[in-house]
Design a protein around this ligand. Structure first.
Ligand code: F6P
Length: 533
């Protein structure tokens, strides 16, 4: 980070010089919308409704160059071990490198293995689609759940395979509610776990196996596994022909492109899945080739850095005006926060600026009637990332889609423009208020405005476009991670809780004393034990 200090200082100076400026005033210069947007194919990323001007953008791009993002990008695509706390390459891009040539890890081309697994997945998925199977239950958690679950919802119009269900939580309610009503003889269970050791997934997998055995199904024939551990899938009793393996250079939260996407492939078919991969590959090519100012992932990252690390906004909201992307915020929470929510740099020294921001959000228009109040009038600024398709799938409901777009664009306009006290006074006067009461009422109707947002517009949410969107956010995380000096590809922060849960289990069961725990934890255990059967 040392080498970036002068760049952070320059950006802080830009912030100081422009913080009070109105975003709206930047539009006095004609052509801002085009100059402050980037495009790839038919996808447009508009960041003109932020306080970034040409000088700030140049300072942000200088930061990218000083952090050698281009060099690190080349290393990532070339299979260098950039996940250096685990000594691993980061090559989820190889999973979508359909016709891109060899990718070497330790001098060995990984592509034959990737393509061979893809061919096996296609044939398995096709067999399942043509079989008596009516329901597929994917059991996995984190990256082994959120990616396929989000993508299956997103691509609902393309479903022509069996129904897909996702069980992640170790709460028995999740699996009980999912299996209730399913026919065990016509259900395929996919156990998705990179490590095949995750306690939630293995507990749910054993419960599903017992359920299938008890209800006339045949786990031997109706279970498949997605994992890097052949040995553990064999020990669980899943025959090798229904095990789809991948390598440790695919991180869990980056794994939807390979075997972990099997449920998606079964739902939409191998051709649809190929289109999803091609969308990801198209974004990879754009990310590698486009100049920074035209590079959508890089600019998305720089806008993120400007808001989080320079302006100091602690969170950002992802607001897809697309009901089928309702799970995208959950997916991005893992992708961004598990990747860049870290306090140390590669060399073990503390991160010099704040780590990645809190990511949250919900589908529009629902969020408007829930939390947008805070976004418009709360005292904290929440940079918003709007997304909307130019066209919906429901041709007969095109008027719904026009209304959806109008709402999306209205929100970013309202955030930028706000409403002044004078305008609020005018409204109150029109409503018949006078004197002190007019003044008091007007104060409540003021919108400060000047709140930044970006808007991503894509033609239609089809498999190709979804692939582009997911890869776009992956590369954004990469760029932000490089600039922060963070290893975006490990997740040590999830370990301590796992260890303590293991040590607490016997305490809760009563086979170990609570006295080894702090007083609060011991009291909670005691209360729970007294109130459970
Ligand atoms: O606990 C975090 C984590 O390791 C995630 O990174 C991962 O996606 C998830 O658990 C599930 O892991 P696995 O696929 O090995 O079951």
């Amino acid at each position: 980070m040392g080498g970036l200090t002068s760049h952070w200082d320059a950006l802080a100076a830009r912030f100081g010089a422009t913080a009070d400026r109105s975003i709206l005033s930047l539009f006095d210069e004609a052509g801002r919308a085009e100059a402050f947007s980037a495009q790839t194919g038919d996808m447009l990323f508009d960041y003109s409704k932020t306080n970034i001007d040409a000088e700030t953008r140049a300072a942000l791009i200088a930061l990218l160059d000083a952090a050698d993002v281009a060099g690190k990008r080349a290393q990532m695509f070339a299979g260098a071990p950039i996940n250096d706390t685990e000594g691993r390459a980061v090559l989820h891009t190889a999973l979508r490198n359909l016709d891109g040539g060899p990718v070497l890890v330790d001098g060995v081309d990984v592509m034959p293995g990737v393509l061979d697994t893809l061919t096996r997945m296609r044939s398995f998925a096709q067999d399942i689609r043509e079989s008596e199977i009516t329901d597929v239950v994917n059991i996995g958690i984190g990256g082994s759940d959120l990616g396929p679950a989000m993508a299956v919802d997103a691509l609902a119009p393309y479903h022509d395979g069996p129904r897909c269900h996702f069980v992640s939580n170790v709460d028995g309610a999740h699996i009980a509610d999912t299996l209730r009503g399913l026919d065990a003889r016509r259900t395929l269970v996919i156990v998705a776990s990179k490590t095949f050791t995750t306690i939630e997934t293995m507990t749910n997998a054993r419960t599903a196996k017992a359920w299938m055995q008890a209800h006339g199904g045949e786990p031997q024939a109706q279970f498949a596994a997605l994992s890097t551990s052949e040995e553990k899938t064999r020990a669980f009793g899943i025959p090798a022909e229904r095990v789809f393996g991948f390598e440790d250079w695919v991180g869990g939260r980056y794994s939807v492109w390979g075997p972990i996407g099997l449920s998606l492939m079964i739902a939409i078919g191998p051709k649809g899945f190929d289109a999803f991969l091609r969308g990801g590959q198209a974004m990879d090519r754009h990310f590698q080739a486009a100049d920074w100012s035209e590079n959508v992932p890089a600019m998305l990252a720089l806008v993120g850095i400007w808001h989080a690390q320079v302006c100091g906004h602690a969170s950002r909201a992802v607001l897809p005006y697309d009901q089928r992307l309702a799970r995208l915020p959950d997916y991005l929470q893992q992708l961004e926060m598990e990747s860049n929510g870290k306090g140390v740099q590669m060399d073990g020294s503390p991160v010099a600026v704040s780590s990645g921001p809190i990511v949250w959000g919900a589908a529009g228009t629902n969020g408007q009637h829930a939390f947008y109040q805070l976004i418009h009038q709360g005292t904290r600024v929440v940079p918003c990332e709007f997304m909307v398709a130019a066209e919906g799938h429901e041709a007969e409901l095109a008027h719904h889609h026009r209304l959806l777009i109008a709402n999306c664009l209205a929100q970013s306009e309202a955030l930028m423009r706000g409403r002044s006290l004078d305008e609020a006074r005018g409204k109150m006067a029109d409503a018949g208020f006078t004197g002190d009461e007019l003044e008091r009422q007007a104060q409540h109707r003021v919108f400060e405005g000047n709140r930044p947002s970006t808007t991503l517009v894509y033609p239609k949410l089809d498999p190709f476009t979804l692939g582009q969107i997911v890869a776009l956010y992956e590369h954004r995380v990469f760029v932000e991670g490089v600039v922060l000096g963070i290893n975006s590809y490990d997740q040590w922060g999830v370990e301590l809780g796992k260890e303590l849960a293991t040590s607490l289990q016997p305490v809760i069961e009563g086979s170990a004393p609570a006295s080894t725990k702090d007083e609060s934890t011991a009291a909670l255990v005691g209360f729970i034990r007294r109130h459970s059967a």
